[in-house]
Ligand binder design. Structure first.
Ligand SMILES: Nc1ncnc2c1ncn2[C@@H]1O[C@H](COP(=O)(O)OP(=O)(O)OP(=O)(O)O)[C@@H](O)[C@H]1O
Length: 273
């Protein structure tokens, strides 16, 4: 594990490609009737093509809010988010979100219908091609044979696989995942992490993944941004190419996880000394 506080996690001297996504001094706030809640404060992050970039931080530190802003649902009050150099100011088919909730699939559509729907609704593909691409993505997430099932006939893990297939079918520039496995039992969660990594090996999409599980961050990510408690600020960036599911329970893995825990919850004054 390499901790690169204040540096790009690829290393300061390496020649870098241009970032795919640039988060530049981004402050995000919610204005309610009686107060303003600052969710993130001047976040700077660069995400590169093919990254599995994890936003890790304690509950309420603004991870989901930052993801929603990348998705184009919330505008920064300060700073910019750019995708391929273009400022993000609205949702777009180049950024698809997979949420934690199992009810993100319209229940009246079959698995095939669910995966085809955005392709057709956004006029990405004509119907026959959309069906073909949907079948292909359903196969990629291991659900061949369930094309005609309805969401209520599927387990939680299967519903999340459908949501992933639906997102991948759109071939987004960035796949955004907001704690997609948090509502699953521990065994299914681990299996889904493994499948996500296999899928990434095959498709090499760019992923931004939100979690508050240190273990999940180390397994899923090749880069992890550690955010402080609200308002979220970047505490450090970590390069974690070393870990996979086989590392779980190992001594080195546990040491790394403990170190991250200490960094996440350290008093910022102490962390600076
Ligand atoms: N719609 C909203 N209106 C007002 N405040 C909000 C709203 N949504 C979130 N917040 C506040 O913004 C802060 C950041 O919330 P956010 O959901 O982004 O955190 P998070 O890191 O994703 O948390 P968790 O891990 O618990 O999901 C929190 O203090 C939360 O209470």
């Amino acid at each position: 594990m390499v901790i690169m506080s204040g540096l790009n996690a690829y290393g300061a001297t390496a020649a870098l490609p241009d970032p795919l996504l640039q988060i530049d001094g981004v402050t995000l706030e919610y204005t309610t009737r009686d107060r303003v809640v600052r969710a993130t404060h001047r976040i700077d992050l660069d995400v590169y093509q093919g990254d599995r970039f994890v936003l890790l931080g304690p509950s309420g530190c603004g991870k989901s809010t930052l993801l929603k802003s990348i998705a184009g649902f919330i505008r920064p009050i300060e700073g910019q988010i750019r995708l391929n150099g273009q400022v993000i100011d609205r949702p777009g088919a180049d950024r698809i979100v997979v949420f934690q909730e199992f009810d993100q699939l319209p229940p009246w559509k079959t698995v095939l219908g669910n995966v085809m729907f955005p392709l057709i609704a956004t006029r990405h593909l004509p119907k026959a091609e959309a069906r073909e691409r949907a079948r292909d993505c359903i196969a990629k997430v291991g659900l061949t044979g369930f094309e005609d099932s309805f969401p209520h006939q599927l387990s939680g893990g299967m519903k999340q696989r459908v949501a992933i297939a639906r997102a991948l079918a759109m071939k987004p520039r960035v796949l955004l995942m907001d704690e997609p496995f948090a509502a699953l039992d521990a065994l299914t969660r681990r299996k889904m992490q493994e499948e996500l990594l296999q899928l990434w090996d095959e498709v090499r999409f760019t992923l931004i993944f939100v979690t508050h599980s240190i273990e999940e961050a180390l397994v899923v990510g090749n880069r992890v941004a550690l955010l402080s408690p609200r308002p979220g600020r970047v505490r450090a960036e970590i390069n974690c190419h070393d870990w996979d599911l086989h590392s779980l329970g190992g001594k080195d893995f546990q040491t790394a996880a403990n170190r991250i825990h200490d960094m996440l919850f350290a008093d910022p004054q102490e962390a600076a000394t």
